[in-house]
Design a protein around this ligand. Structure first.
Ligand code: ASP
Ligand code: MG
Length: 441
């Protein structure tokens, strides 16, 4: 069985829901479908919780009422049968009464999580009922029965495996199984979630749990390209990525997968396919454990990077120097992305400058500190095994006219990263595209 995930925009209106249904019914095969909340809904639920937290009940009610009106208007558009309209109107009534029932008094995090879960609970119920109206054998599997995180907030794979199998067994012979993305229970059994954008993660975890043939992530963006099509001309689609390449690119916001979602699929060796709801017949991008040798796959960039350099003669021949430096970042809960060292200095890049002043103050105890902001990481992924000849030099050649602040190579077999000025980003991406993909020098 395949697991298919559709995000908020793919189920963002009654028409979109209908389109998703015809798409999943096309090949007549049995599938497990993970859905997000209708687009904008989770944001509204966050807003409601914020108002309640701030003691502003009228503010919360205002958002609830607007959301309520929107959902009620969807009902006659989605269902032709009066009986289904009634069932879903009653269901929505119950949901919105529930949302309205929270008061500003003693509002807790538990309640906040319960509020955030409503978007997926609603969208999945609406879509299941629509499929049933079409005469399809469809069952709604309640994710809160089997999606669970452990005390460390990690997915409890044993529980999920057993729970998902049980839920599937309880509804035998269905063509379509629908379940909620994003939501789960935590170790205490309370309603929780897998963080914003977590529906991809649900699909990946469930795909691994039920040993799916494939996990498909459907979005309405125009597939994965080898460079940013908004910036560079002549990009082309990427048809295949290794999981590690996808993981490198995900950090760069290369609109592929939510970064967390790669791990479960990779560990269970289940291929992930990224597909486009606007072009359902296009092949999309396949991500799996196969490496393709001798090629550079894609280029991506991330802005708002700050580089920090510490130069210290004390570093020369000393041990424990890096540990002290890293401890400073650990203390201020700031993760380091790139790192380059020499015998007398070390440069690091960070994307979170919340505690930059404190970090710099602490680091000054160990040497001379320089900070460069407005930087950008350019990441080139592909077959970057160190024994391959020529790949890193081609990337370097492409950037010959651009000042490069740091280079990181050898951290994985799939990546080389450059830190440059944000102002040079466009030029760098275009040069890399020309040289690496379009055969120019
Ligand atoms: N509905 C959740 C969100 O908007 C989860 C998801 O869409 O993946 O973050
Ligand atoms: Mg989403």
């Amino acid at each position: 069985m395949k697991v298919l995930k559709f995000g908020g925009t793919s189920v963002g209106s009654p028409q979109r829901m209908k389109d998703v249904c015809s798409l999943i019914l096309q090949d007549g095969q049995q599938k497990l479908v993970v859905l997000s909340a209708m687009s904008g809904t989770t944001n509204s639920l966050v807003e409601i919780a914020q108002y309640l937290k701030g003691g502003n009940k009228p503010g919360a009610d205002d958002v609830i009422n607007r959301l309520r009106a929107k959902y009620f208007a969807h009902v006659p558009e989605l269902y032709a049968k009066e009986s289904n309209r009634k069932v879903i109107l009653d269901f929505l009534e119950e949901k919105f009464t529930y949302l309205q029932s929270f008061s500003k008094e003693g509002f807790t995090e538990k309640q906040e999580k319960a509020i955030l879960a409503q978007g997926e609970l609603i969208s999945t119920r609406m879509v299941t009922c629509y499929l049933q109206e079409l005469g399809i054998k469809a069952a709604l599997l309640p994710a809160l029965d089997f999606m669970k995180t452990d005390a460390d907030g990690e997915p409890d794979m044993n529980f999920i495996r057993e729970g998902a199998a049980k839920a599937l067994d309880a509804a035998p012979g269905m063509q379509i199984y629908i379940t909620q993305g994003f939501i789960c229970r935590n170790a205490e059994g309370d309603i929780d979630n897998l963080q914003r954008g977590g529906s991809d993660y649900t699909a990946s975890i469930l795909g691994a749990a039920i040993k799916a043939d494939e996990i498909q992530i459907w979005t309405d963006i125009d597939g994965m390209h080898n460079n940013d099509p908004r910036i560079v001309d002549k990009t082309s689609p990427v048809r295949h990525l290794h999981f590690e390449e996808a993981a490198e690119l995900a950090y760069f916001g290369a609109k592929i997968l939510h970064p967390t979602c790669i791990q479960p699929a990779k560990a269970a060796n289940i291929p992930v396919r990224l597909l486009n709801t606007m072009q359902p017949d296009a092949p999309g991008t396949l991500i799996d454990n196969r490496s393709e040798l001798n090629r550079i796959t894609a280029v991506a960039a991330k802005e708002n990077i700050t580089a920090i350099k510490i130069k210290s003669s004390r570093m020369l021949l000393a041990h424990g120097f890096l540990k002290k430096v890293f401890e400073v970042f650990e203390t201020y809960r700031t993760s380091i992305d790139m790192i380059c060292t020499s015998e007398v200095g070390v440069s690091m890049s960070i994307d979170n400058t919340r505690n930059l002043d404190e970090i710099v103050r602490e680091l000054k105890k160990y040497g001379t500190v320089t900070v460069d902001s407005g930087m950008c990481i350019i990441c080139v992924v592909g077959d970057m095994d160190w024994e391959n000849l020529g790949f890193e030099s081609r990337a370097l050649d492409a950037l010959a006219d651009i000042p490069v602040r740091m280079i990181s190579y050898g951290g994985s077999n799939y990546n080389i990263s450059f830190l440059i000025r944000e102002d040079d980003k466009k030029k760098a991406l275009q040069r890399l595209s020309d040289v690496l993909f379009n055969g120019r020098n």
